[in-house]
Structures are given as structure tokens and as C-alpha cells.
Write a protein that binds this ligand. Sequence first.
Ligand SMILES: Nc1ncnc2c1ncn2[C@@H]1O[C@H](COP(=O)(O)OP(=O)(O)OP(=O)(O)O)[C@@H](O)[C@H]1O
Ligand SMILES: [Mg+2]
Length: 223
Amino acid sequence: MINLKNLRMKYYDNGTEIEALKLKKISIEDGKHVAFIGSSGCGKTTLFNLISGMITPTEGTVEVNDVDLTTLTEVERDLFRANHIGYIFQDFNLFPDFTALQNVLLPMSFSKRYSKKEMNELAKDILKKVGMGEKINQKVKTLSGGEKQRVAIARSIVNKPDVILADEPTGNLDYKNGAKIMELIKEIAKEEKATLIVITHNNSQLDMFDEVINIEELNEVIK
Ligand SMILES: Nc1ncnc2c1ncn2[C@@H]1O[C@H](COP(=O)(O)OP(=O)(O)OP(=O)(O)O)[C@@H](O)[C@H]1O
Ligand SMILES: [Mg+2]
């Protein structure tokens, strides 16, 4: 279960206060597939950063699996993220000079769950699953956009997260490849029984979700 309550997020930029988010409540049940929508700048990525514990709110609580992330230290939040959250970033966040395999191995080494041998086998299996089995040793900077996206998906699911956050995963892809990637993410989330939240601007994908949440309507900050 994800429970966000009385959230306020203020950023401070050169002494100026920017209020980005003011939200009463969002609840998402385990295993649901949910879409976050709303226009650019309404706070969608900020919410993902809060749910993944990358940042903490100025006010309010962020509960994931009954743990209030705002009560944890940064180190505890990093470990929580490594073990429970799979984050597919808006701009991939892959290491371009590392190979596909090295990129997928990285979060596994943080979670400290597996031996080296197990990590290698699992990472290879998952890269195969996303259709990148032939390119595991290719440097990420030499991959196409869709291929990078597949590596980013593989990396996000390798630790078997309870929650998968995908920030516009098909934003840079053509219609056909976008639809394929969305299907792949949904299929993996279903197999792993993970909660899935996808930020999307693509209205044609919305009927694939159990619920669509318009962040712009919920956010009380007037821009
Ligand atoms: N680190 C930061 N410092 C200052 N302001 C920020 C910071 N991060 C985000 N903001 C501001 O917070 C608001 C919400 O940003 P956010 O990235 O969450 O929007 P978004 O809904 O994901 O937009 P998009 O659809 O364009 O990705 C914006 O006005 C943005 O400028
Ligand atoms: Mg965003």
C-alpha cells in the first residue's frame, strides 16, 4: 500500500521559495496498475521522487509498505529504495560508458541480496527477458533509444521491487515501440505482483490501467 498524506513540497532556489506540491491524499493498493497524468510542471516527477525516498517532503507523510519514509535517514531510504522500488527515470539515468550488463548489475550490488554468481545469472536472464540478450556487453552509449529504455526497465526490476515507478517510459519512442514497451512493463509488473505507477502523456494508453490519477487536479498549488 502507498499512502501519501498532507504532502507539501517546497524547493528553495537562490533564496526563493518555490512551492511545487500541496496534496491532501493519494492511496494506491498493492498490485494495482495506476497512471499519473497532468500537464508539464504539475509535480508528477516530484511525487515519484517522494515515493522512492530520493527526496523528503517539507510536510506530510509518505508511506510505502507501512513504512513512513519521512522517519528514515537518507542511508535507510537508499536501502529501502534498493530493496523495494524499481524506478525507470524520465531520462533513463544509465551509465553510458558501462555495458548493458554492468548497468543492470549495479542496483543488485547495492541491495546485497545475492552472490556475484547469482547476480550475473539473474542480470543476464532479465536482459534476455526484455529482448536485450544479444547486446549485454554493448556499451549503453551505443544503444538506440528503445534499447536504452529496455536496459532501464531491466535495471529497475532486477531486485524484484514491490513498486515499479515508470516516468514517461515511452516518451522518446515511436508509437509502435512505445506500445511494446508499455506492454512489457505491464507484463513484468503483473508477473512480479508489483504495484505499477506510470507517468504518461499518452492518452491512448490510459485504458490499460486500473486507475488514472490526475495530479494537476489534486495539486492545490496555484501556478
Ligand atoms: N530541484 C528543484 N528545484 C526547484 N524547483 C523544482 C525542482 N524540481 C522541480 N521543481 C519545480 O517543481 C515543479 C514540479 O516539477 P516536476 O518535475 O515534478 O513536474 P512534472 O509534472 O514531472 O513535469 P514534466 O511533465 O514536464 O516532467 C515545477 O514547477 C518545477 O520547476
Ligand atoms: Mg516529470
